[in-house]
Design a protein around this ligand. Structure first.
Ligand code: NAD
Ligand code: ZN
Length: 235
């Protein structure tokens, strides 16, 4: 199914990081680490209680120092190295894909490792000890308050034009570890299909949009991806 010339776009979600010990959303009844999504993942939540939201993301940021990429992340690096045209789009805000070695990567929902100025929008990676505490931090350019560099619900995902272009050109689209509930990512499958791509889903539970995939493999990303990708990269 895949040769060196095949143009591949991959979409990953929280499921690919589950085997590294980062909890997904849906597996905890729509709560994210015991918080309602509206409380910690919307601009309104930030306005209503910035300290609670800040503490929540500082916890998620500190957790990055305790986890490491798994075999699923690593297999995607082998696939990228084998192909001429490859794009990995992740909904994840952790940094496990880049730590595994993925290069052509878009974080459409932002990155925990970075903070953004509310005033001048300056973005900076800040992961030193002094950046991971409960006191707010201010911008090195303008002293404005920093917020998580995260796309909250009701905010615009990042780099959508690039993603849409890649979807319109790909031969194969593979969604991994994503429940198919969160838009616009859940639509990528349909966009790729419309342009004639072969579509594949890999997920622990059947996702919301399971019937639209040409192929669906149920199971753990960390077990399935190494086997599949070894087969593809040997041929
Ligand atoms: P989701 O939590 O809605 O769904 C995760 C899916 O992964 C589920 O369908 C589940 O069956 C599947 N899954 C669980 N373990 C798996 C495994 N080992 N292998 C394969 N599949 C597995 O996640 P989503 O679709 O990514 O959407 C939720 C949103 O939550 C995203 O926008 C993301 O920004 C945010 N989020 C990110 C992280 C992270 O960065 N690691 C963690 C939690 C939530
Ligand atoms: Zn600033």
């Amino acid at each position: 199914m895949i040769s060196k010339q095949t143009n591949v776009v991959i979409l990953t979600g929280a499921g690919i990081s589950a085997e590294s010990g980062i909890r997904t959303f849906r597996d905890s009844n729509g709560l994210w680490e015991n918080h309602r999504i509206e409380e910690v993942a919307t601009p309104e939540g930030w306005q209503a209680n910035p300290q609670l939201v800040w503490n929540f993301y500082q916890q998620r940021r500190r957790q990055l120092l305790e986890v490491k990429p798994n075999q699923g992340h690593e297999a995607l690096v082998s696939l990228e190295n084998h192909l001429q045209n490859f794009l990995l789009v992740t909904q994840n805000v952790d940094d496990l894909h880049e730590r595994a070695g993925s290069k052509n990567l878009i974080h459409m929902h932002g990155e925990l490792a970075k903070l953004r100025c509310e005033v001048c929008s300056h973005v900076e990676e800040m992961m030193e000890d002094e950046h991971l505490q409960e006191t707010f931090l201010s911008c090195s350019k303008c002293e404005g308050r920093l917020r998580p560099h995260i796309v909250w619900f009701n905010e615009m995902p990042m780099q959508m034009p690039e993603i849409e272009k890649a979807l319109s050109e790909c031969d194969v689209f593979i969604a991994i570890g994503t429940s198919g509930h969160v838009y616009p990512a859940a639509n990528f499958l349909h966009m790729a299909r419309r342009h004639g791509a072969h579509t594949m889903g890999i997920n622990l539970d059947p996702p919301e949009n399971v019937y639209f995939f040409d192929e669906f493999i149920q199971g753990k990303a960390g077990e399935i991806l190494p086997m599949l990708i070894e087969k593809w990269t040997q041929s």
